[in-house]
Design a protein around this ligand. Structure first.
Ligand code: GDP
Ligand code: MG
Length: 599
């Protein structure tokens, strides 16, 4: 295909600024979806995406568009997620594009992820086309936001497009801007193949399907290809383009985006970010891959019933194929048995992975409270990376502990600045600068320990600002801190899966709150249960749960039998999510108790 007629672009924006809805209009306008298959946010194909109304995965779609110059163009759109946890998905999508539309909601203005996405696009040398979206909203500040966006990018206001995905405004202007302002891809058909793996997923019938962007050379059915990093080699079975499904083509040439199927069995064969080349005539250096996804938070995942560990491993392996950012390693907990220590990009990512495991793979999980990874220097000079609080060495053996620090930005209407600054300093954050923007809002820049941001910081920020403030952060390094391990003992037995690492100044309060919360969450047993929080051998908090004697169904006697059955059913349901630790039954929520305490 002629390079001059191809445009590859992505739409980037803060979450909810209307990317997927705008994509719907582009698909309709270009006749890419049969009307009977059209539905809202049609590209969000995952069940979870539809339910939550968010985009989790990057989606590919190829459109045909006749421009004003009378030529027929192929436009490849890669829809991307907006949440901070999925920056990794965004950066992979951007590496396959020449341009990006930076969308801003006219009723919201620039948000934290607008800025971080812009930097990602600039890092990838993309042409950025600014767009003010949702201009149909009655009291939207269209002109103000247009000004703000023009200033952010240092361009003239007239270059900022105005659209509404909902009302279908500005769609023709959007598409012609793609053709006129984004450069066509460069590449050579007669050079050795160099194609980047953008994404991959496992299809039960077809095996692994990889999304690729070809830079040089071509991929055609029947040729032998090699994945450079994994070493996997095979004959190509099928290539094609993606448009709400797979559509076979004879070949994919330079500048093209599409899918390939070549007998890859797992993520070990088709790694996202890898370069595909000819097996017989390979390129000597791989394409510059993506930024490696670095896990930010860790949590232990255990099968709810003891024997499900192999199933969990298989599910994690399949999931990793589709979500390269997950990492997992086997670990064993004294309390929970065999399981995996998993790394995630953030809490939303963690939640999504857990939900996908339970929905798509029908796995009942027990998950431990998330934590960050610490760097520990021991007294005998060893350097350890600790991603599981239970593994922190004894205080007597520790020389120093370092924790991850992030640089962060909050964008907020100015009237909430005072409260937000207080929240930041309460959480051991340090303010760096505050910048005021046209629309009565400000950007607060600060550094803060990652551990302080991953818990309820975001929720607090939202409630302090009535939902208006937004947050973005990026790992910046490690700082030494006075941290201690808090252990929880149930009837004198330490429960390793409940250990947490906290700052010494907060240990006492967290200990008390944790014991109180566990008392609420752990059901009464036939015997007394004593819960203690300890630092080393020193007990700092204690609660007790008195034993039960009553038969719970007793109160139903004389009542109707279905009510009694329902009660028993409900008890059974509850039981499923319990984990037997020693002789005490602990419900799944207890492992998350720390989330629910006031800090
Ligand atoms: P995304 O997270 O950027 O993909 O945003 P979505 O396309 O999922 O849209 C987020 C919300 O904004 C949904 O409730 C949409 O119905 C709404 N929305 C999207 N575009 C427009 C628009 O142009 N005008 C109005 N009024 N609402 C819109
Ligand atoms: Mg979306």
């Amino acid at each position: 295909m002629e390079l001059e007629l191809i445009r590859n672009f992505s739409i980037i924006a803060h979450i909810d600024h209307g990317k997927s809805t705008l994509a719907d209009r582009l698909l309709e306008y270009t006749g890419s979806v049969p009307p009977r298959e059209m539905r809202d946010q049609v590209l969000d194909s995952m069940e979870l995406e539809r339910e939550r109304g968010i985009t989790i995965k990057a989606h590919l779609v190829r459109m045909n568009y006749k421009a004003k110059d009378g030529k027929d163009y192929v436009l490849n759109l890669i829809d991307t997620p907006g949440h901070v946890d999925f920056t990794y998905e965004v950066s992979r999508a951007l590496a396959a594009c020449e341009g990006a539309f930076l969308l801003v909601d006219a009723s919201q203005g620039i948000e934290a992820q607008t800025i971080s996405n812009m930097y990602l696009a600039l890092d990838n040398n993309l042409t950025i086309i600014p767009v003010v979206n949702k201009i149909d909203i009655q009291f939207a500040m269209v002109e103000q936001v247009r000004e703000e966006l023009a200033n952010l990018l240092g361009v003239d206001k007239s270059e900022v497009l105005l659209t509404s995905g909902k009302a279908g405004l500005g769609i023709e202007e959007f598409l012609s801007a793609a053709v006129e302002r984004i450069p066509p891809p460069k590449g050579y058909y007669d050079k050795p193949l160099a194609a980047l793996v953008i994404d991959a997923y496992y299809d039960n019938y077809r095996g692994v399907v990889a999304y690729v962007r070809v830079f040089d050379g071509y991929i055609r059915k029947g040729i032998r290809i090699r994945f450079m990093a994994t070493g996997f080699e095979n004959i190509v079975e099928e290539v094609g383009f993606v448009r709400l499904g797979l559509h076979p083509l004879d070949e994919l040439g330079p500048g093209e985006v599409g899918y390939i199927i070549a007998g890859m069995k797992s993520v070990r064969d088709a790694r996202v970010g890898d370069t595909i080349t000819f097996a017989d005539n390979p390129v000597s250096v791989p394409l510059v891959g993506y930024r490696e996804a670095k896990p930010m938070v860790y949590s232990g995942l255990y099968p709810a019933s003891g024997d499900g560990v192999e199933e969990l491993r298989e599910a994690l392996e399949k999931l990793k194929l589709n979500d390269a950012a997950i990492s997992f390693e086997p670990e064993s907990s004294i309390a929970l048995g065999p399981g995996f220590r998993c790394g995630f990009l953030g809490l939303l990512h963690m939640e999504i992975v857990q939900e996908r495991l339970s929905r798509e793979y029908k796995i009942d999980l027990v998950a431990t409270i998330p934590n960050v990874a610490y760097r520990v220097k021991t007294k005998n000079g060893e350097l350890l990376v600790i991603d599981n609080p239970a593994k922190l060495p004894n205080p007597a053996e520790i020389d120093t502990i370092e924790e991850p620090i992030v640089t962060s930005e909050v964008v907020t209407p100015t009237k909430y600045i005072g409260n937000i600054m207080k929240l930041i300093t309460d959480r051991r954050g340090e303010l760096n600068s505050t910048e005021f923007m046209e629309s009565g809002r400000a950007i607060i820049r600060f550094t803060i320990p990652l551990a302080e941001i991953i818990f309820d910081f975001y929720d607090k920020l939202k409630s302090l600002s009535q939902g208006y403030a937004s947050l973005d952060y990026e790992l910046s390094g490690y700082n030494e801190a006075d941290l201690v391990k808090l252990d929880v003992l149930v009837n004198g037995e330490p429960v390793d899966a409940l250990s947490v690492v906290v700052h010494r100044s907060k240990a006492y309060n967290v200990g008390i709150a944790l014991c109180t919360k566990l008392k609420e969450l752990i059901p009464r047993q036939l015997f007394e249960v004593v819960i203690q929080a300890a630092i080393g051998s020193r007990i700092i908090a204690r609660t007790r749960i008195p034993p039960i004697k009553k038969n719970v169904t007793a109160k139903c006697y004389g009542g109707d039998i279905t009510r009694k059955r329902k009660l028993l059913e409900r008890q059974k349901e509850g039981k499923k999510r319990m984990k037997q630790v020693g002789n005490v039954e602990i419900p799944q929520e207890a492992f998350f108790a720390l989330f629910k305490i006031e800090r």
